[in-house]
Design a protein around this ligand. Structure first.
Ligand SMILES: *Cc1c(COP(=O)(O)O)cnc(C)c1O
Length: 438
């Protein structure tokens, strides 16, 4: 069942506009890219990733010539002729009116991210979960069905299992690496597929090309959470995904100092997600947009360094006698060879590995490590380690964890930008102490 064209949320019968001036939730009307103002710098698609990271979306301040985007810490904006006409024309997303509707700082970040993704439009949120909730609610109808996976991020899993049915959306959770299971789960009511491009913590890869082909045949929307890879390493829109979501809390910001999310895609869908977001709240504050914009400037640099280190750590861990399986596409135990159909050798900077000696040994390893901080979250400049058994997957029984592939002793390692030799030396001394103990 394709999503309702007019939808329960359609605002009225605005005619299709030639120039895209008018908007409503009606999916067929004309639209312009953005939102953006004349002051927001546009960078052509042909430019490189770092150029886009630095320049796209910068607000070129006409008053004093500030080189970086000023902070528009305001809840509301002076009425103008444009404001009044936006109310009657229905293009309130494109005019500064009120910060829940839009703000130049949000538009700067959105322009930067949309440019990196190759998307028409993006909308930022106060968290990754706000982005996921608004997207799922706005792109399905009551009675609709969603196919997703058991391996998704814990917050997403809880939302899918505990809440979506309360809104009249049913959900099937399948193994994301089995196209047969996805196909079997699809029914007449199915409207949307939701998957993560690499899963947490085992880096399982869905068969994305087949999934997208299947979705096109059945007229389903494909929403992908690409938090682990970022647009620097993989751009889902290019292979036909409809919406890409990130928890910007992770790599996109990269400094572990804010919580944010984003959804990107064709403007007709992002407008609809935005309209949902207006009603449920969860807008990103201008000050956080400023920090996120600053973080994004080094995204390409950071991803390259973090990925290079992660690849070296996979090599190192793979030959260490105290380490069992390493879960990473470059490790010999990895079981999802189709990952290269879309990753093309870029697997990001998350690693999971099993320590010989089980969870006790893993706990001891965390005590001995000096550089990585033991904390949840990932994607920051500082390395972070955590154990799924007592954090993200603690609500599961040992048998349920085993069914997902989470064995005793599993350590999740988010590789930061520290020097690779220092990370390896730290692992070497910490793993060395495990032997002394047993
Ligand atoms: C952290 C995370 C989320 C949730 O994002 P928040 O910013 O914490 O709300 C969603 N998906 C993935 C893959 C994540 O890692």
């Amino acid at each position: 069942m394709a999503i309702d064209r007019d939808g329960p949320q359609a605002l009225g019968n605005f005619p299709d506009a030639e120039a895209g001036l008018e908007w409503s939730n009606e999916l067929k009307r004309g639209r312009v890219p953005g939102p953006r103002l004349a002051q927001h710098k546009v960078v052509e698609a042909a430019r490189g990733d770092s150029t886009k990271c630095v320049h796209a979306g910068t607000f070129e301040d006409p008053s004093v010539g500030s080189v970086v985007t000023p902070i528009f810490q305001t809840s509301t904006f002076l009425f103008s002729e444009k404001t009044y006409s936006s109310f009657t024309q229905g293009n309130t997303r494109d005019v500064p009116i009120y910060t829940r509707y839009g703000n130049p700082n949000q538009w700067s970040v959105q322009e930067k991210i949309a440019t990196l993704e190759g998307a028409e439009s993006s909308v930022v949120f106060a968290s990754g979960m706000a982005a996921i909730f608004s997207t799922l609610l706005s792109l399905t109808n009551r009675g609709g069905h969603i196919v997703s996976s058991r391996d998704v991020y814990g917050g997403t899993y809880n939302l899918l299992r505990e809440d979506m049915h309360q809104f009249g959306r049913s959900v099937s959770l399948v193994d994301p690496t089995s196209i047969e299971q996805v196909e079997q789960a699809i029914c007449d009511e199915t409207q949307l597929l939701f998957f993560e491009t690499l899963t947490n913590p085992l880096l399982k890869a869905p068969r994305l090309l087949e999934l997208i082909a299947l979705a096109k045949r059945r007229q389903l929307l494909v929403v992908l959470d690409n938090t682990f890879l970022t647009p620097i390493l993989f751009r889902p829109i290019e292979i036909g995904a409809d919406i890409v979501i990130h928890s910007c809390t992770k790599y996109m910001n990269g400094h572990s100092d804010l919580v944010a999310g984003v959804a990107s895609g064709a403007r007709k869908y992002i407008d609809r997600i935005w309209a949902q977001h207006l009603k449920v709240g969860g807008q990103l504050e201008p000050i956080s947009c400023f920090l996120l914009e600053r973080g994004l400037k080094t995204l390409a640099l950071r991803m390259r360094q973090q990925q290079k280190s992660a690849n070296d750590l996979v090599q190192y861990l793979g030959q260490h006698p105290k380490v069992g399986k390493v879960h990473h596409p470059l490790a010999r135990h990895y079981q999802y060879p189709w990952v290269d159909q879309f990753c093309r050798g870029n697997f990001g900077a998350m690693i999971a590995f099993e320590v010989v000696g089980g969870d006790e040994a893993a706990l001891a390893l965390l005590r001995h490590l000096r550089l990585p901080a033991a904390a949840t979250s990932l994607g920051g400049v500082e390395s972070l380690v955590s154990l799924p058994f007592n954090t993200s997957h603690s609500v599961l029984t040992a048998a349920q964890r085993k069914a997902l592939g989470i064995e005793p002793g599993l350590v999740r390692f988010s590789v930061g930008i520290e020097d690779t030799v220092d990370l390896i030396a730290d692992l070497e001394q910490a793993l060395g102490k495990l032997g002394a103990m047993s």
